[in-house]
Design a protein. Structure first.
Length: 502
């Protein structure tokens, strides 16, 4: 069903077929006064799309995303240590220090883990708002901004405001974005609008602009180089062969440079540690490449992820070459031995959302000239169908929790957690559990409990119902983890214990 052989604008005009929203010929020079990829102005041959309605949609989405993230943070429901890690690294950038993240290990350089220097762009925001909550707001704004690009592009290409607004809403409520919001902040927040702008430029046949938006992706995360290479492949197939080949080569080279040179050079381990996700099973045993591929192809959970990814577009995304951009991300997730990478949870699918939704727009445009009447008819209704599907699925996705009173209700554990955080003096070094990491990074040097045996922090804060397995004597636990130091108990509740080094 993948249609990489859609007629070019020249062929369509020459055959007398109706042309709706077809980009300028690839060989034609780009007009200097053409609108930018964000959609200000309307490219020739496309329908106008006023900005205001999409800004309203984006504003509502931003509020919903941030409200969910803030409530989760304020109620100590942090799902992982990632917000603490990014909070620590952005604080380092804001203070003009090397991005050392002690949560990963004492003195650990974060660029030796994942290559995401783009997060340094959040330093100015952190000067104004020195809190991990600022990162949650930035992510909400970046996700919401991408909905403007998706919605306006849909209206301009398909010629319908209802289609544009419907698709903006469907995209904004998509499971990939909602699960990313639930997972707190991640660097991929920057990739989402960049990919939306890249796909928009590809739809408009603006190949050099697509390359310009795609190239910064290599600064988001190391695997994005392969996505950049795939953008080059699409440009090669549909437009400029020379530019496409150069962009593909650049993407592959950037990926190789980051995982073989830059990350090992920055890492205290001297290697790219995530190769182990492909080489070892969940039990830590070595796995052959053949075994990895066989397991991937036989995995129902992995294929279910693909099914839902395409189903939210009514499978019409398969009619567009843009869908090729999902292959690098799906490829490493299929090959990974980590179950967290397989399904619909966490943040890994967020970068796929702008790709498949704009591929849907491209597919809906492509089938308008199909010789199959049923396909033409399907193309006319697929956007309302996709919008309806998104609304139905949203009833069981994270943002639906905002409609439940219990989401905002504080229990005794929240008060205990706040008291434990308050018991640690500002500026002190502290070792703590996942549930409290992000709440201490703004004004403390923070270590993760169990990974800081080489140092003895000023304070230890233990979640007594967390990793410490309901220990009855926190002082004894402290002596086991830090035998060189002595700690005394200074604060304790049913859920948390705070100890101070003597």
């Amino acid at each position: 069903m993948l249609d990489v052989g859609n007629k070019s604008p020249e062929e369509a005009v020459g055959s007398g077929a109706p042309v709706v929203g077809v980009p300028a010929p690839a060989s034609a020079p780009e007009a200097p006064d053409a609108p930018d990829a964000a959609g200000r102005g309307t490219p020739p041959g496309l329908s106008p799309a006023p900005l205001r309605p999409y800004l309203i949609v984006a504003g509502v989405l931003c509020v919903l995303y941030f409200l969910y993230s803030w409530v989760q943070y304020a109620h100590f429901r942090t799902p992982s240590w990632d917000l603490g890690i990014f909070g620590q690294s952005v604080r380092a950038y804001a203070e003009f220090r090397a991005p050392i993240v002690d949560i990963k290990g004492p003195g650990f350089p974060i660029l030796g883990d994942h290559f995401s220097p783009v997060t340094a762009l959040l330093a100015p925001l952190y000067w104004v708002w020195p809190s991990p909550v600022a990162l949650l707001f930035a992510q909400a704004a970046l996700f919401a901004a991408s909905a403007v690009v998706v919605g306006r592009t849909a209206q301009e290409v398909l010629g319908s405001r209802a289609a544009g607004l419907g698709l903006a809403i469907a995209y904004g409520l998509s499971w990939g974005l909602q699960e990313a919001v639930k997972s707190d902040f991640h660097e991929i927040a920057f990739a989402v609008p960049l990919l939306a702008l890249t796909c928009r430029a590809l739809l408009l046949g603006r190949w050099s602009l697509a390359a310009s938006w795609a190239i910064p992706l290599i600064l988001v995360k190391e695997d994005m180089g392969l996505t950049v290479a795939m953008v080059g492949a699409v440009v090669f197939l549909k437009g400029s062969r020379r530019l496409g080949a150069a962009l593909a080569a650049f993407g592959v080279s950037a990926f190789a440079l980051t995982v073989l040179v830059l990350i090992p050079g920055a890492s205290s381990l001297g290697q790219y540690d995530y190769w182990s996700k492909l080489e070892k099973t969940g039990e830590g045993a070595d796995a052959s490449f053949g075994q990895v591929v066989a397991d991937a192809l036989a995995s129902g959970e992995r294929w279910e992820m693909v099914l839902y990814l395409l189903a939210i577009t009514g499978f019409l995304a398969l009619r567009s070459p843009l869908v090729l951009l999902v292959l690098p991300t799906l490829g490493w997730r299929f090959l990974s031995q980590d179950p967290n990478h397989w399904g619909m949870l966490w943040h890994y699918s967020a970068i796929l959302m702008p790709v498949v939704f704009l591929a849907l727009v491209d597919g809906a445009r492509a089938v308008r000239t199909s010789p199959r009447p049923w396909l033409v008819s399907y193309g006319r209704v697929v956007v309302p169908v996709a919008t309806a599907v998104a609304l139905v699925l949203a009833a069981n996705l994270p943002l639906s929790e905002l409609l439940k009173p219990e989401t905002y209700r504080e229990d005794a554990r929240v008060a205990q957690a706040r008291a434990a955080v308050a018991a640690v003096p500002e500026g002190a070094s502290v070792e703590t559990d996942v549930s409290l990491l992000a709440h201490l990074t703004a004004d403390h040097r923070v270590y993760w409990a169990g990974s800081s045996q080489d140092v003895d922090p000023d304070y230890l804060v233990y979640d007594l119902r967390g990793w410490s397995q309901q220990v009855s004597d926190p002082v004894q636990l402290a002596s086991q983890l830090h035998p060189r130091a002595r700690y005394e108990l200074t604060h304790r509740s049913d859920g948390f214990a705070v100890l101070k080094r003597l």
